[in-house]
Design a protein around this ligand. Structure first.
Ligand SMILES: *[C@@H]1O[C@H](CO)[C@@H](O)[C@H](O)[C@H]1NC(C)=O
Ligand SMILES: *[C@@H]1O[C@H](CO)[C@@H](O)[C@H](O)[C@H]1NC(C)=O
Ligand SMILES: *[C@@H]1O[C@H](CO)[C@@H](O)[C@H](O)[C@H]1NC(C)=O
Ligand SMILES: *[C@@H]1O[C@H](CO)[C@@H](O)[C@H](O)[C@H]1NC(C)=O
Ligand SMILES: *[C@@H]1O[C@H](CO)[C@@H](O)[C@H](O)[C@H]1NC(C)=O
Ligand SMILES: *[C@@H]1O[C@H](CO)[C@@H](O)[C@H](O)[C@H]1NC(C)=O
Ligand SMILES: *[C@@H]1O[C@H](CO)[C@@H](O)[C@H](O)[C@H]1NC(C)=O
Ligand SMILES: *[C@@H]1O[C@H](CO)[C@@H](O)[C@H](O)[C@H]1NC(C)=O
Length: 824
């Protein structure tokens, strides 16, 4: 559904109407039933329960839907028995059940609980769960989350929970106009290696592959990005279910099984006000279960998509050639155990062929073997024809037919396939090639080995793969930025490269409960290393747009810096397509929470003296960046949320993803790619991409005024009589009413002079023209009264009219243009 602009503008109004029409309460009880024209709305207004007709149908159904402009149904009560008119009612029957009555007061649907309960109520919870409970003791008698329709919502469980006798399955509608149970279902069965299955009339239609505690390994592009908060519980005793909880729980997103058998993740794009499919399976021809038959392997990128596994040939060449792959493949040569042992063949043993990046076959048998034993155990057991040993899952064996195998381009698992000695011919050919490659390779290896030895001697136990990647990337990075000699390798090599699994364990598999927040480039998790060290892990989302360039930038820049007002970087991790940064953990989080956020409670209130310490600390950190460190660094994204606080509330500047290093004599640079945060960006940077120390000073000035006023620069609206905090501050300054600008919680009038001085400095920093602004060392001197006589500020930027920059100043400016290749 597409909306025109005018409709979108109307949207808030329509929403308000919705809410006011709706019944005030979110419950139904014995005395109160719900008629066709009424709805029950959840407390947070996200869901509603009421009557609806599916598209192109006039039948009336009762269900739970997202409470948006065109309500999206997620659960239906009377799926099989529609009401013919609008005289239906939902009410509590005498025996305490939730029932739906037709015009004749006949019950067409009931929650079917027994024994009877005298006094029960129905409530629509904020999660979208419709709950029937005993009002005398609050016991839950029935809930819609235990009888799903086709939709899987946050905090719902899908699968089997033995402890509560729950078996939850999504069941598709017959068609978009008929919610009756269709032919597709989706769910998870308790097995030693549980997988999500879509079934068609009970037969497998698609499967997810096993869960490795982070992703389903049969879903190649199921990156961590989609999986925030996804969890699979499996106790191997009859309980296996999945559930999910988004980091941002207010986000409207859910999974649904559509009537033609596609499992989709949908999210409400607020700007379009329409659902977008962000994830969908089956995605390719190969995803359809068993596409290539037993021992066939499917690869969507090749043509034809089906081929036999190595050592196998089509069972029926003719059918196979025609593209009818259902019969699959058979072995070329018998395995050891299948042969009649004649003398000739004795001692000719089976071997295993390694297939990489595979969707492992269905029906894995999980065995409690560790590493090497997985291979040996399979070799010993004559019925074992393949194995895989995967991190997060363990050892899997297969017997019988290998079904639903796929070849992926990335991810997947290594599958070891048992083959006969007679398939070794191929191996011999390899041997010839190897015979040539090995000597040549060895020489190269020796050389590489010698070079690496010198490196690695110093840094045992670190992750080699990541290191190599870093080394490969670094030189290019330096070239692009023309600061080659400024960065010496030695410092970089002191940086610790962490192993992915260590970080995954430290953060409990990047679990939602470990999440500290969401930075511009991805979530940040709290973690604890095995030695007890607390860390913060910034996990750059793949969709973040922070490319390798920015990543390397931050790693290199910050690893070189040490100052008490800068956050310390411990190390990084580049592995499995992930990029992560490991910082010291800041227990008090970021400044914005204290200034504007919910944490602004009594005990956490920042009094004036703490604010002064924070302001000066930030100033000193910035001075170090600009002047004192060997490199000159422009931060470019200074803002309240990038200031972290330690236990004693000392400020530390963080987030160097956009920082730029200046060569010694360089004062200003241009970029074609303006990155930063509106409200904090100096006019010449926001509009012309010119950045310098002075653009950081501008951001510092905005931050200073925010600290004084306790208000965000962007929290102003036209009706405040000012466009922004800067405009407001300017107004107060000129009207001699600085008191109005100051955070009302700061009540000490004695401080007036000192606060006035800070406002004065703040206004000097945010002046429109970069040349007029003081540099950081002057700012600090002004704040500490080393400079007592302050010039009067000129009008700040962005106060009234669109900003224009003064003509390029006369002095010759080294105007180097830096362009990042492959930008957004
Ligand atoms: C329903 O109404 C009856 C009589 O008016 C009253 O006794 C009873 O408490 C009410 N029940 C509820 C749940 O409000
Ligand atoms: C159905 O029940 C309601 C309330 O109990 C009553 O007012 C109405 O007359 C009944 N309708 C029929 C057709 O029996
Ligand atoms: C039913 O529960 C409500 C709320 O707890 C209570 O006010 C009412 O008296 C109860 N009614 C009966 C019949 O128990
Ligand atoms: C589950 O069902 C079994 C048999 O139907 C019953 O004995 C048991 O009490 C039930 N458990 C729960 C938690 O409801
Ligand atoms: C289900 O989703 C698939 C894939 O997006 C789409 O092609 C199909 O039309 C959908 N089915 C219905 C009934 O909308
Ligand atoms: C493919 O082969 C199977 C088994 O031989 C047969 O039943 C089926 O009809 C064939 N399908 C087509 C499209 O030829
Ligand atoms: C192995 O021996 C059995 C009978 O002992 C015979 O039926 C079978 O065909 C033989 N298989 C081979 C491959 O020779
Ligand atoms: C191996 O052998 C045991 C019995 O000896 C059997 O239960 C198991 O399923 C076999 N297969 C695999 C693949 O381990």
């Amino acid at each position: 559904m597409k909306l025109s602009t005018s409709e979108i503008r109307l949207f808030p109004v329509v929403l308000v109407l919705f809410f006011s029409i709706a019944t005030a309460s979110d419950i139904i009880n014995t005395n109160k039933s719900l008629r066709d024209s009424e709805t029950l709305v959840s407390n947070d207004k996200r869901f509603k329960f009421g009557f609806f007709s599916p598209e192109t149908s006039t039948d009336r159904y009762v269900g739970v839907m997202f409470n948006i402009q065109s309500p999206t149904v997620v659960w239906v009560a009377n799926r099989e028995k529609p009401l013919q008119d609008s005289s239906g009612r939902a009410t509590i029957s005498d025996d305490g059940n939730l029932v739906i009555l037709d015009s004749q007061n006949e019950s067409i649907w009931s929650s079917n609980i027994s024994p009877a309960v005298r006094n029960s109520t129905v409530q629509l919870r904020d999660t979208g769960n419709l709950v029937l409970q005993d009002s005398s003791n609050g016991r839950v008698l029935w809930e819609s989350f235990r009888d799903p329709s086709d939709s899987f919502l946050q905090s719902m469980k899908l699968g089997v929970d033995k402890s509560t006798n729950m078996t939850n399955l999504l069941k598709s509608w017959i068609s978009p106009s008929d919610p009756s149970v269709g032919s597709f279902s989706a769910g998870i069965q308790p097995e030693t290696v549980p997988q999500i299955f879509i079934r068609k009339n009970g037969k497998p239609h698609w499967r997810s592959g096993p869960w490795n505690k982070q992703v389903f390994i049969g879903v190649p592009d199921m990156t961590s990005f989609y999986l925030n908060g996804f969890d699979l519980v499996n106790d191997n005793k009859g309980t296996a279910y999945v559930s999910f909880l988004y980091a941002n729980q207010a986000e409207l997103a859910y999974f649904t099984l559509n009537s033609t058998g596609f499992l989709q993740q949908k999210y409400l794009n607020p700007s379009k006000n329409d659902w977008e499919v962000t994830w969908e399976f089956p995605a390719t021809e190969c995803d359809f279960y068993g596409k290539c038959g037993p021992f066939g392997s499917c690869d969507p990128r090749s043509s034809p998509i089906c081929s036999c596994l190595k050592g196998f040939k089509p069972k029926n060449e003719e059918e196979w050639a025609k593209g009818n792959w259902s019969r699959g493949c058979i072995r070329n040569a018998m395995l050891e155990s299948e042969r009649n042992n004649s003398n000739l063949e004795q001692g000719k043993h089976d071997w295993f062929l390694k297939l990489q990046s595979m969707k492992v076959p269905d029906s894995a048998i999980w065995v409690p073997f560790a590493d090497e034993d997985c291979h040996k155990g399979c070799l010993r057991n004559i019925s074992c024809i393949a194995y895989s040993n995967h991190i997060g899952i363990g050892c899997m064996h297969w017997e019988g037919n290998l079904l639903d195998v796929q070849k992926f381009s990335t991810a997947g698992a290594d599958l070891f396939l048992r083959l006969s000695y007679f398939e070794l011919d191929q191996k011999r050919e390899y041997k010839v090639v190897i015979a040539i490659i090995v000597p040549v390779g060895s020489i190269i290896l020796v050389i590489i080995g010698y070079i690496s030895y010198k490196y690695l001697a110093k840094r045992r136990g670190r992750n080699r793969k990541s290191e190599l990647l870093l080394r490969e990337t670094l030189p290019n990075y330096y070239k692009e930025n023309m600061v080659t000699e400024e960065i010496n390798q030695a410092k970089f090599e002191e940086l610790l490269v962490y192993n992915f699994d260590i970080l995954a364990n430290a953060t409990e598999g990047f679990h939602l409960s470990s999440k500290l927040g969401q930075g511009g480039f991805g979530p940040v998790y709290k973690g604890k290393l095995p030695d007890g060290q607390q860390i913060a892990v910034k996990r750059l989302s793949q969709s973040s747009g922070q490319g390798l360039a920015e990543f390397m930038n931050e790693v290199v820049v910050i690893s070189k810096l040490q100052h008490r007002n800068l956050v310390r970087l411990f190390g990084c991790c580049i592995e499995r397509g992930e990029k992560m940064l490991v910082y010291e953990y800041m227990p008090k989080r970021s400044l914005d929470a204290y200034l504007f956020g919910s944490q602004q409670q009594e005990e956490e209130f920042l009094d004036w003296s703490k604010r002064v310490i924070i302001i000066e600390g930030i100033g000193r950190g910035l001075l170090y960046l600009h002047r004192d460190s060997r490199l000159r660094i422009i931060h470019r994204d200074l803002k309240a949320s990038n200031i972290l606080l330690d236990e004693q509330l000392n400020p530390k500047i963080s987030d160097f993803g956009m920082a730029r290093i200046f060569a010694g004599n360089q004062n200003q640079a241009n970029t074609s790619r303006v990155v930063g945060t509106y409200g904090y960006m100096a006019p010449e940077y926001a509009m012309e991409g010119r950045f310098s120390e002075k653009s950081d000073v501008y951001s510092f000035g905005v931050l200073l005024l925010e600290v004084i006023s306790g208000r965000r620069n962007t929290s102003f609206h036209q009706d405040d009589g000012a466009l922004s905090l800067l405009a407001y501050a300017w107004k107060c300054w000129n009207g001699n009413k600085i008191v109005e600008l100051v955070d009302p919680k700061i009540t000490d009038v004695q401080l007036e002079k000192e606060i006035l001085r800070c406002v004065h400095v703040g206004l000097l920093c945010v002046q429109e023209y970069a040349e007029d602004r003081p540099n950081v060392s002057m700012v600090l001197s002004m704040l500490t009264r080393e400079i007592d006589d302050l010039p009067s500020p000129k009008q700040p930027a962005f106060t009234t009219r669109p900003s224009l920059s003064k003509k390029e100043s006369q002095g010759s400016v080294n105007n180097v243009t830096i362009t990042i290749i492959g930008g957004r």
